[in-house]
Design a protein around this ligand. Structure first.
Ligand SMILES: [Zn+2]
Length: 271
């Protein structure tokens, strides 16, 4: 894949349309509807109108064969392409519905989808699902890399929510301390940490502990931001880089569910 293709294939996974995909919706689509939806996710700037993956031109001939998938030929460079050409889905011939379903399944899983479960859901071989899951994960990770929120005069809220393993009720202050003690670590527990710019984008990531997220926060929250966090000691080190305001425990806890389930807003800016 050339650079332009790589960027395009990364983009669509976190696009607003991709983020709101549900499996139920995907399963009801006809072939043509699925192709049109995939095209809108892949080419958001043209609202689904095909763009040549080689020369980026939008002047194309429709060269679909009677029973084949949507296919175009670039008027500028002559390249023939389909809706998946030059994306991470181009490596294998599967119905477009399967790619949409894989995206929906994958994106709705906070921790990433186990390949075995994905292969069952899609009715594909384990190896196919394994490669697909790996490609999706890689694309999402590299997409997140360049994104950041905040900046001078901006406020960024951050919070963590633990899941997996043994979790005490999180809404009591003493338990919120206990959950960080070594004896409570089962090894399976993870924390989803969210940074959200007020009125702006949200970025999530998964860690073993809140303190393990500090490096990630530093690289994704622009310097000069004012950070709002709860009183957890794991956030103490943020003081060296940001102005930090602590919320009362109550506020942090009530905001948690909302933060967790809010879809990623991809309007986050690039470095
Ligand atoms: Zn072209």
């Amino acid at each position: 894949m050339n650079k332009a293709d790589t960027q395009m294939s990364q983009h669509f996974l976190l696009s607003r349309v991709a983020k709101t995909l549900t499996l139920a919706h995907v399963m009801r689509l006809s072939n043509e509807e699925a192709e049109a939806l995939f095209a809108r996710i892949r080419w958001p700037d043209t609202n689904g109108a095909p763009v040549c993956p080689k020369c980026r031109c939008q002047a194309v001939y429709d060269v679909r064969r009677p029973t084949g998938p949507a296919r175009w030929r670039s008027k500028t460079c002559g390249k023939e392409f389909t809706v998946t050409s030059g994306t991470l889905f181009a490596w294998r011939k599967m119905p477009v519905q399967s790619y949409l379903a894989a995206t929906a399944i994958f994106i709705n899983e906070v921790k990433g989808k186990a390949a075995l479960a994905l292969s069952r859901d899609l009715g594909t071989a384990y190896k196919t699902a394994f490669v697909l899951a790996h490609k999706l994960r890689e694309a999402m990770a590299s997409e997140m890399k360049g994104l950041h929120v905040g900046g001078e005069g901006k406020t960024v809220e951050t919070d963590g929510a633990y899941f997996g393993g043994y979790v005490k009720p999180a809404n009591l202050k003493e338990n919120r301390r206990d959950r960080r003690l070594a004896k409570n670590q089962s090894g399976k527990r993870r924390v989803v940490v969210i940074v959200r710019e007020r009125g702006g984008a949200t970025l999530p990531a998964v860690f073993r502990s809140e303190s393990a997220a500090l490096g990630w926060i530093s690289s994704h929250v622009a310097k000069g931001s004012r950070i709002v966090a709860d009183e957890a000691p794991s956030w103490n080190d943020l003081h060296s880089r940001y102005e930090v305001e602590h919320t009362g425990n109550q506020v942090a806890v009530s905001g948690r569910q909302e933060l967790l389930w809010q879809p990623v807003n991809t309007s986050a800016r690039r470095h």
